[in-house]
Design a protein around this ligand. Structure first.
Ligand SMILES: NC(=[NH2+])NCCC[C@H](N)C(=O)O
Length: 411
C-alpha cells in the first residue's frame, strides 16, 4: 500500500484532504468567552455548515478525496482500550473547571457511542448536562458561573493548524493558545492507531510534547527541498530551528527551511494569513508585512557542519530570497486587495491572502474578497470561489480550513 502522507509542495494537485465540519462547538460560543476562544463573532450553525459543505463539495468535484477529522477520530477509537486511554488523556489536558469532575466526566463520556462521544468532546460539555446528582462536597455547593466542564473547541474546522504534512511525515503541533492546545491530540491518536496510518511508520518531524509552539498555518512546503515557516504570534523561532534540524537529519529530501518573520498581531496570526503560494512562481502577499522599503527579515536555515546544528543566513527581501531558494529568475507577489490601503486590510482580515491551491495555478478562495480574486485572475490564476459569510467569522480561510494529506508531486 502507498505511503499515506505525501505533501511535497503547496500547489501539487490535491488528492486527499482533511476537513472538520463545524458542529456544536460553534454554538457553544458566547460573547463572554469569544476572545479567549479566538473568535470575533458567533457563526450561525446551519449556515456555516452549509458553507462548509459547499467547500467540501467544491473539492470533491475537482477529484479530491475528503476525509473528516471527526470520523477519523471515531474510527481510531473503535478499540475500547484506546478509547479509554484517549478519554483519560483528553481529560488530563482539559484543565477541568471543577475539582473532582474527572471521574464523573469520564463515566459520562464513555456512556456514549464512540462518534457521539467524539462530537461531545469536540463540542464541549456543559456542567448542567451532568449536575443531576446530589451535591455533597463544599466545592460542589459553591456558586460557579462558568458553564463548561469541558470547553468547546470551535477552532477545529481550521484543520491546518494542529498538524502539518511535510513530505512523507508531519509535525504534530504544540499549539500556542490554551484554547487550541488539545486539538493536536486528535492527530496524535489518528497517526498512531488509525488503520490508514498506523502500520506505515509515519515520521513525526516535531511532536506535540515539544516545549515551544508551532502551528500549521505557518508551515508552507514550497517544494520537495524547501519549507517556509513563519516566525509569528503562534510559531516560535526555537520550534522552527528544531524542526529544521529534524527534517535535515531524517530521510526525505529537505535542504532548506526559510524562516519568515511577520508582525505578531491578531490579524496576521499565521504566515498563511499574509502569504500563500498559488503557482510555481506566484504568491499572494499582504503588503503590510514588508516595511516601507519593501524589506523584511528572512532567514535561510541549512544543515550545519556539526550534528544537530543549522547554519543560518539573513536576507531582507522576501521576493529575492524566494527566487534564490526556488531557483527562479522571475517571481510575482500578488498583493491582497490590489495594494489599496482599505481594500487590502479589509480583504486580509477576511482571509483574502489565504488561498488553497488545489493544483498549480488553481486556487480556492472566499467569494467576499472580490478585489483580490480579480487580481489573481488577471495574473492567470484560476479562482474557484466558495461561500464565506459565516466561515470567515472564525478568522481563517480556505487554506486554514484544510489539511492536505496527499498531493501529487510536481513534475
Ligand atoms: N492557519 C490559519 N490562518 N488559521 C486561522 C485560525 C483561526 C483561529 N480562530 C485561531 O485564532 O487560531
Amino acid at each position: 500500500m502507498k505511503h499515506p502522507i505525501n505533501v511535497t509542495s503547496e500547489i501539487g494537485t490535491l488528492k486527499t484532504v482533511l476537513l472538520k465540519r463545524p458542529g456544536k462547538e460553534v454554538e457553544n460560543l458566547t460573547p463572554e468567552y469569544l476572545q479567549r476562544l479566538l473568535f470575533d463573532d458567533i457563526p450561525y450553525l446551519p449556515i456555516i455548515q452549509r458553507e462548509h459543505d459547499y467547500f467540501a463539495e467544491t473539492l470533491k468535484n475537482r477529484g479530491t478525496e475528503v476525509l473528516y477529522l471527526e470520523k477519523l477520530v471515531a474510527e481510531t477509537l473503535s478499540d475500547e482500550n484506546i478509547r479509554k486511554q484517549f478519554v483519560d488523556e483528553m481529560l488530563a489536558e482539559s484543565q477541568l473547571t471543577a475539582n473532582g469532575a474527572t471521574a464523573v466526566l469520564k463515566e459520562y463520556l464513555l456512556s456514549f457511542p464512540t462518534q457521539e462521544m467524539v462530537d461531545k468532546i469536540m463540542g464541549g460539555v456543559l456542567k448542567k448536562e451532568i449536575d443531576t446528582k446530589k451535591k455533597t462536597h463544599l466545592y460542589e455547593l459553591m456558586e460557579d458561573h462558568y458553564p463548561f466542564y469541558l470547553d468547546p473547541m470551535p477552532n477545529l474546522y481550521f484543520t491546518r493548524d494542529p498538524a502539518a504534512s511535510i513530505g512523507s511525515g508531519l509535525s504534530i503541533n504544540k499549539m500556542r493558545e490554551p484554547a487550541r492546545q488539545r486539538e493536536s491530540l486528535f492527530m496524535q491518536y489518528i497517526i498512531k492507531y488509525h488503520p490508514r496510518f498506523a502500520s506505515h511508520d509515519v515520521p513525526v518531524w516535531l511532536d506535540r510534547d515539544y516545549q515551544f509552539s508551532i502551528e500549521g498555518g505557518d508551515e508552507l512546503v514550497l517544494n520537495d527541498e524547501v519549507v517556509a515557516i513563519g516566525v509569528s504570534a503562534r510559531t516560535s523561532a526555537k520550534a522552527i530551528e528544531q524542526i529544521a534540524i529534524n527534517l535535515f537529519k531524517k530521510q526525505d529530501s529537505f535542504k532548506k527551511v526559510v524562516a519568515v518573520e511577520i508582525p505578531k498581531c491578531r490579524a496576521f496570526m499565521h504566515l498563511d494569513t499574509v502569504f500563500t503560494m498559488v503557482d510555481y512562481d506566484k504568491f499572494t502577499i499582504h503588503p503590510e508585512i514588508q516595511d516601507s522599503n519593501g524589506q523584511m527579515n528572512v532567514y535561510i536555515l541549512e544543515k550545519g557542519k556539526e550534528e544537530n546544528t543549522v547554519s543560518i543566513s539573513h536576507r531582507n527581501n522576501l521576493q529575492e530570497a524566494l527566487k534564490e531558494v526556488l531557483g527562479l529568475s522571475e517571481l510575482v507577489l500578488i498583493p491582497c486587495g490590489g495594494g489599496d490601503e482599505i481594500a487590502a486590510s479589509r480583504e486580509q482580515w477576511n482571509d483574502g491572502s489565504n488561498t488553497l491551491a488545489i493544483a498549480p495555478g488553481v486556487v480556492v478562495t472566499y467569494d467576499r474578497n472580490y478585489i483580490s480574486n480579480e487580481l489573481l485572475r488577471q495574473h492567470g490564476i484560476e479562482v474557484i470561489e466558495v461561500l464565506s459569510s459565516e466561515l470567515s467569522r472564525g478568522r481563517g480561510g480556505p487554506r486554514c480550513m484544510s489539511m492536505p494529506i496527499v498531493r501529487e508531486n510536481l513534475k
